[in-house]
Each structure stands twice: as structure tokens, then as C-alpha cells.
Design a protein around this ligand. Sequence first.
Ligand code: GLA
Length: 419
Amino acid sequence: MPCSQQLKNHLPRFHLLLFLLAFAGAPASFGEKFAGIADTPPMGWNSWNHYECEIDENLVRETADAMVANGMRDAGYLYVNLDDCWQGERDKDGFIRADAARFPSGMKALADYVHSKGLKIGLYSDAGKMTCAKRPGSQGYEYQDALQYSRWGIDYLKYDWCHTGEGEAQRNAREAYSTIRDALNAAGRPVILSICEWGGSKPWEWGAEVGHLWRTGPDIVNCWQCQYGHGIWDSLGVLNIFDQQEAYRSYAGPGHWNDPDMLEVGNLPTLSENRAHFALWAMLAAPLIVGTDLVNLDENVLKVLTNKDVIAVNQDKLGIQAFGIFKTPTIDYWAKPLDGGDWAIAILNRTDEPREIHANWPVFNAVDDLTGRVLDFYRDKYAIKDLWTGKSAGTTAEPLKTTIDARDVLIYRFSLQPQ
Ligand code: GLA
């Protein structure tokens, strides 16, 4: 067959390949992560915060169905991620298998189901010999595990740090995460790599080349402000975690995000706390990985999670994390530079009492050291949109007078007005 004929026969497939390359993320060459698959913070669901080890294939199917039916998928939540405890024993050749009692149809069938809903699927493993819940870890099996994930059609991997040794004998984190990156790369299917190393080796300093997001600290717990001891580590409440994030601000950007941990939205006791938590994570340009029961989700919490304007703040293409422009023990003001000269401004009430707000904007004039962007309310006038009501809240030419509920966040978009 002449060459040109051969090419013609292959053209449809060639086009398909080009299409896949353009939309599925660029293939990585050795020593590189997959590019173009986390240009904005990843959004999805993860089983851990609500279910811990109580997961099975029905839960995953029901959750995927719920995400389609309740509008979350269309709002941008694409990843359906299983955390610890999906694993069974390895087979005689060393390939990892799903827990047969909980996932009787197998992981490939589950991935196919999730994909058929227009969603993507993620798994969890660990850089040690065992996961935190003592299931098989990936140490020594990295290439085999990556191959297995790619055969199943896995799109996201959270990779944990339990059982990686202690003191001198501990694995080198950068090396361990680079190994799984290279293994995923060799398997060839684009996978978001979530580095879950809890911050010990400062992953913000090396993570951008290795993964797409990295945990900056210990596990979140569903309280506003608290700290629970677990022997050698403490889990932290929403404000405890939020208050640590500004230090890592300069490391975040398109394709490489600080991860203050998955959301407890839906698991906190009041609507104010839930929406405050959501707004703060949106301001941080944090991954929005929901960790609650989506099958029995409260209507008002769903409205928070699918608020398009707040999601747009999080998903803004510049990918800049917010900075504090005015902080007190009771009320904080945070600013996030957005594309096109806009800003998101969030006001946080840390306290258990409603507070009056009287914001005379020039008091909040600020310069962002990271980007050089300037908030000069003498020079510039902005239209203010309240992102919870979707309504105008006037302009910055007038002071903003309002009240803020206990443990709540007001969040606004400021759009530059023509002079
Ligand atoms: C660690 C991680 C958590 C979760 C559990 C699972 O604690 O930090 O996010 O994945 O392990 O065992």
C-alpha cells in the first residue's frame, strides 16, 4: 500500500490522538510530571473526611450519581476519589487488587462507571510499605501500581506518607514522590499527583516539579478552631489550618497548588461555618475536594458548594493565593488578585458573636508584594458584588456597612470601574 494511502487510513486515529493530547494533558517525558491537567485547583470529592474506611463500590456509584444529579459535576467537581481502604491483597504477580468484599465488580468496572457519568476517578496509595490504615502501600511496587492504575483508568492519585521509616531510616520524600511521578509517567495515562506528605520536608519547595498539589500540614478535622492530639501529631480545625497558609503563598500557581487539606464543608455544625470554610479555601486557591455525604446533602450546603461566583474566585486563571490586608483577633480582611484587574475580598468573623462591619475602603489600601498589584481606593473605584447574595453591594466610593454572622465570611468581587 502506498505510504499516502496508509496515512489516509490512519488519519482518523491520528486525529483522535491529537485530540487526546490536546484535551487529556500533555504526555510527560522522563523526570517530568503531566502538564496541563491542574491549571486551576482540582475540584472533586474524596471519601476520607466523612467515611474513613467505610467505603464500597455502591457508595462510589451513588456519590457519582449524586454529583451529576445535584449539579456538582456541572459546577466543576470532576474527581471522585477513593481514599484509604479500597485495597485488597496483591495478586501472585504483585499487582494490587481492590478489596474483593467491598468492590466485588473490580476497579476497572467502577472506573468505567464513573467515566460514563462524565466524571474522573482517583485512588489513594502510600510511599511506605503500608498505608496509614495498614493496607498495602506502594513502596517497591511503584511501577507495577502505576501500570495497574492506568489499566483501570485512574485519573488522580493521592499518595500518603505513613510507614516510610523513622529518623535516619526514613525515605527521602522528594525521591519517593519523584519515583511515583516517574512511574505514572511511564504508565502513560495522565494522572494528577497529590503529594500528601504533611509538610515535614517542605514539599512547597520541591513539589511543583513532582506533583500538582501538596499538603502543607496535618489532617483537618471538622471543627472551627481546635487541635486534637493523636500521639505524635495533632489534627487541626479550619481556622488553625487557614492561619498557617499565608506563609506558603508564593509557592502556589497554575499546575502546582498548596493543599491545606480536603474540605469539611457539610461536616461542620452551622451553615455559617460551612460557608466560611468554603470561602476561605476558595480565597486560598486551594483544591476544592469535598469530604461529605453527597447522597444526603443539605440543600443550603449544596448551594454553597455550587456557588458559581465563589468557585470562579477559586478557579481564577491567575491562580494567586489570597493575602491578609487587615488582621485582628476578631475580624480579618483578605484580598485575592483576579484576572482582568478584579479582586476578591473576604471578611472573616472569627468570633462567636455577630459583628458590625463599617469598611471605609481607603483604610484597606494595600500593595501585594508577590504580584505588585495595588489596591488604591483613592485612585480606583470598584463595583462590589456580594457573592453570597449575587447582588450589588454598591461601590468602593462609599463605606460598606453591614453585619457579619458569628463564625462567618462575607465574600465580594471587586470589579474595576472605568474612570
Ligand atoms: C492520612 C492522610 C489523610 C487520610 C488518611 C487515610 O492521615 O493525611 O488525609 O488519607 O491518612 O488513612
